[in-house]
Design a binder for this molecule. Structure first.
Ligand SMILES: *[C@@H]1O[C@H](CO)[C@@H](O)[C@H](O)[C@H]1NC(C)=O
Ligand SMILES: *[C@@H]1O[C@H](CO)[C@@H](O)[C@H](O)[C@H]1NC(C)=O
Length: 173
């Protein structure tokens, strides 16, 4: 996977420079109405605000998917560079340590996200969350990115019905 990532960058970018800063631009979420009555994201001054009205129960087995895609300047199409599936309930238990658990811990401090599974109906939010420079993934290069973040059960594929999917446009600089 990593070799593939590096290979792609050697093709599309002449000087591949690791990013040290993430600038969030826009974001939106689509969600299943039987699980959420609303799931909204707003980006203001590089800070993320998420409001979640959960109406269903999110149970053990809940997974998260993160996909990073990049595009050449002005090109309308993105190419996938990195994807990762996360056992979300295990992440909450702290039994995984990764860049994602570090992001998640910083999100917990900016809101009221549930700290264990199952996650019961209610209002959850994060407010003014930003990706501090020390949380920028060390495997991504400069560029114009689209980040897809979703929750689902089972095995991830393009065809499964996601519980929610948020698309975020971000500049890595
Ligand atoms: C959501 O964001 C994506 C990525 O920025 C964009 O392509 C899409 O048009 C947006 N959808 C809506 C409904 O705004
Ligand atoms: C969803 O929540 C956002 C932010 O709280 C709000 O602006 C929006 O109007 C809500 N949408 C619906 C359909 O309730």
């Amino acid at each position: 996977m990593f070799l593939k990532t590096i290979g792609l960058f050697m093709v599309i970018s002449f000087s591949a420079i690791l990013a040290t800063k993430v600038i969030f631009q826009t974001g939106n979420c689509t969600f299943k109405r039987d699980v959420f009555s609303n799931f909204s994201m707003e980006i203001i001054n590089n800070k993320i605000k998420i409001d979640i009205y959960l109406v269903g129960v999110l149970k053990e087995g809940l997974k998260g998917h993160l996909g990073f895609e990049v595009r050449q300047s002005k090109s309308p199409s993105y190419q996938s560079v990195f994807q990762h599936d996360i056992n979300y309930c295990a992440l909450l238990k702290g039994s995984q340590t990764s860049i994602y658990s570090r992001w998640f811990n910083s999100m917990l401090k900016s809101g009221n996200f549930a700290r264990s599974c199952p996650i019961y109906p209610g209002y959850y939010y994060i407010k003014d969350w930003e990706l501090k420079d020390d949380l920028v993934p060390t495997f991504l290069f400069f560029g114009d990115y689209r980040i897809a973040a979703s929750f689902y059960y089972g095995k991830y594929s393009k065809r499964i019905k996601l519980l929610v999917e948020c698309l975020i446009e971000a500049l890595l600089a």
